[in-house]
Design a protein around this ligand. Structure first.
Ligand code: ZN
Length: 251
């Protein structure tokens, strides 16, 4: 099975469309949450995500936009975006986002993996270092945990004799590229496909990944997208300007 992994779209329709255009053929889609928040296309992105199906995990911004979480926990820019998003969402999309399941999510026909937004222990936890994750790796019930939330593509592994962090190494700054990760035996992984709509790993390109269960590999993708169009929508919506400018830096 070939599973398209997307996360942290953040209402960036231009980035989502670019990822879907760049994606090779796939059988299923797993969406790791933060469908909305920050970007200026919450309904368009939610409609598209709903149409894609099939497996979803809720993110903290999905919760904030649908009043499942107190936005006082957010910084002022994130809170302003959450309030704006809440006002924009159609009732149907609001209700749908509010019903998204809390991770970890397991799927019968993908027994090798679990899906979370933050971590299996806490849906809002940022998994940013090997120190954060080593116990979670050791305790994981399945070899593969796919997570989002940090907006950093890559992950962590724990083998018989090794533990490490990894990031895909790309050759360009502006072209569509892929990097393969071959999955080892007796090794557990935490893998982040990266953020579709607001990367924070210093690379402005939209990020996603494909998990090929038979080939036992995860293919990381980066793809350029119409950055200016996404930024202009944010300016036109009078969202905080920083939400547009940061997209160019991938921070
Ligand atoms: Zn996010």
């Amino acid at each position: 099975m070939r599973i398209l992994l997307i996360s942290d779209i953040h209402a960036n329709m231009e980035a989502l469309e670019a990822c879907l255009d760049a994606a090779p053929s796939f059988d299923r889609v797993v969406n790791l949450g933060d469908i909305v928040g920050y970007g200026a296309s919450p309904n368009e992105v939610t409609d598209r995500a709903r149409a894609l199906g099939t497996v979803f995990v809720r993110g903290n911004h999905d919760k904030a936009a649908t009043e499942l979480m107190d936005i006082h926990d957010f910084n002022p820019i994130a809170a302003a975006a959450a309030i704006w998003t809440r006002e924009q969402l159609t009732k149907e999309n609001y209700d749908w986002l509010r019903e998204l399941p809390q991770g970890p999510v397991r799927v019968d026909d993908i027994p090798s993996a679990q899906f979370v937004h933050g971590s299996p222990a806490d849906e809002d936890e940022y998994v940013v270092s090997l120190g954060n994750v080593i116990e979670l790796l050791a305790e994981a019930a399945v070899p593969l945990t796919f997570f989002g939330h940090t907006h950093v593509q890559g992950g962590f592994l724990l083998g018989d004799k090794s533990a490490d962090a990894f990031r895909p190494e790309y050759r360009t700054l502006g072209q569509a590229e892929t990097v393969d990760l071959h999955l080892g035996t007796n090794t557990r992984y935490f893998i982040n496909p990266g953020s579709v709509g607001q990367p924070r790993d210093g690379d402005w390109r939209a990020a996603f990944a494909l998990y090929d269960t038979e080939a036992r590999k995860v293919i990381f993708h980066r793809t350029p997208y119409d950055l200016k169009a996404a930024q202009d929508r944010i300016f036109d919506a009078q969202l905080p300007a920083r939400l547009a400018t940061r997209l160019a830096a991938g921070r």
